[in-house]
Write a protein that binds this ligand. Structure first.
Ligand code: SAH
Length: 367
């Protein structure tokens, strides 16, 4: 019988019919990166005309300061003659374009760069190839970090981790149950909890979150990405991670769907909205430390950009383009302000590095 479901929704429903309800993380992964119908696979979602806007799309100042950070960090690394500069999830490529333009003044650093772009979406890869066509650095594209050859490495990622699948568990009388997506009797997709409790789940939680009241929700991501990054940088490498999230582990649900710059229901129109969840920076840092790398920060995006001199950069831009003064001030406020619709406090910056490297520019040591 014909139905109105999108091809992706049909596939998710078929999966549930065959194998039972799917964990929220699997649902999220299918929605975002299904090889044919995923949100990132099929769309170009970022920017004023897309579904959401990211810091590099707010202002060139963001990428430029990242470029200066890279050049200074390369010095801290001992100025290796060749460095693999890796971006995870470059999106429209704006941050890297701005960063490289700014880093070009550091001639030796610029000459050392081999660029590696890790991008799962063929569509965004195409866009990046077009936008990077005039760059005079060697560049390669990959589907995952694992494909990048050995050697001194500098990894940057903005709003990448928030798009990686997140698991949720709900506390009930007999323990924590994983949250799953199921089909209700009336045919709608609904959130449920798995019938069986996750064995020994309390023991995996930070001490202060054990014995939480019934109904509490806990979110977590697979450690794989933190371990992969940590393993790759612990000898001669540094990674810089910028994302929205919390500096401490906590309870609560943060999974959200965004379409056309407003919030939507994550179960409505799978594959057509952006799904993200807060990044748990404390857990990222711990995982990196466990694998033998060292974490630096997190610090707020506000502190990070201020320490790198964003106020001066804004003043210089305004001096050369007085007609753009208001727009530059608005962008500065968006990037560094601490209000609810601003990025300065919500976004955090964490570095993961070879323990021999440091201190790193604009990042305080964690206590
Ligand atoms: N960094 C950009 C884009 C952020 S959106 C910016 O700040 O504007 C997330 C990006 O990560 C997109 O380019 C998306 O296609 C990519 N992505 C999402 N999941 C991925 C995965 N598992 N592997 C590689 N890239 C992924």
């Amino acid at each position: 019988m014909a139905d109105d479901y999108s091809p992706l929704e049909r596939e998710i429903r078929r999966l549930i019919a065959v194998a039972g309800p799917v964990p929220v993380a699997d649902y999220m992964r299918l929605c975002l990166t299904h090889p044919q119908y995923g949100y990132y696979t099929t769309r170009e979602p970022i920017g004023a005309s897309g579904d959401f806007i990211t810091a590099p799309e707010v202002s060139q100042m963001f990428g430029e300061l990242i470029g200066l950070w890279m050049a200074a960090t390369w010095q801290e690394m001992g100025a290796p003659e060749n460095v693999r500069l890796v971006e995870l999830g470059p999106g429209r490529g704006t941050m890297m374009l701005d960063a490289l333009r700014a880093a070009k003044v550091a001639k030796k650093f610029y000459a050392a760069i081999v660029l590696h772009l890790v991008e799962i979406s063929p569509k965004l890869q195409d866009l990046q190839r077009q936008r990077f066509a005039d760059l005079d650095v060697p560049m390669w594209w990959h589907a995952s970090l694992a494909e990048i050859p050995d050697g001194p490495i500098m990894i940057v990622a903005n709003e990448f981790i928030d798009a990686l699948p997140v698991h949720q568990a709900v506390k009930q009388a007999d323990g924590w149950h994983e949250r799953v997506v199921a089909v209700a009797d009336d045919g709608a997709l609904v959130m449920r909890t798995a019938a069986d409790a996750l064995p020994n789940f309390d023991a995996t939680l930070p001490r202060e979150l054990r014995d939480s009241p019934d109904g509490s929700i806990y979110e977590w991501r697979s450690d794989t990405v933190a371990f992969d990054i940590g393993r790759r940088v612990r000898n001669d490498g540094v990674a810089l991670i910028v994302d929205y999230g919390h500096a401490r582990q906590g309870l609560g649900e943060t999974l959200q769907a965004v379409a056309d710059h407003s919030f939507a229901d994550p179960l409505q129109a799978p594959g057509e909205t952006d799904l993200t969840a807060h990044v748990d920076f404390a857990t990222l840092a711990i995982s990196a430390d466990i694998i033998g790398a060292r974490s630096h920060g997190p610090v707020s995006q506000r502190d990070f950009l201020k320490r790198l001199g964003i106020d001066k950069r804004a003043a210089a831009l305004k001096a050369s383009r007085p007609d753009k003064s208001e727009a530059i001030d608005a962008a500065l406020a968006r990037l560094t302000g601490t209000g609810p619709n601003e990025m300065g406090a919500l976004f955090k910056v964490l570095a993961i590095a070879d323990p021999k490297i440091g201190p790193l520019p604009a990042l305080q040591e964690r206590r």
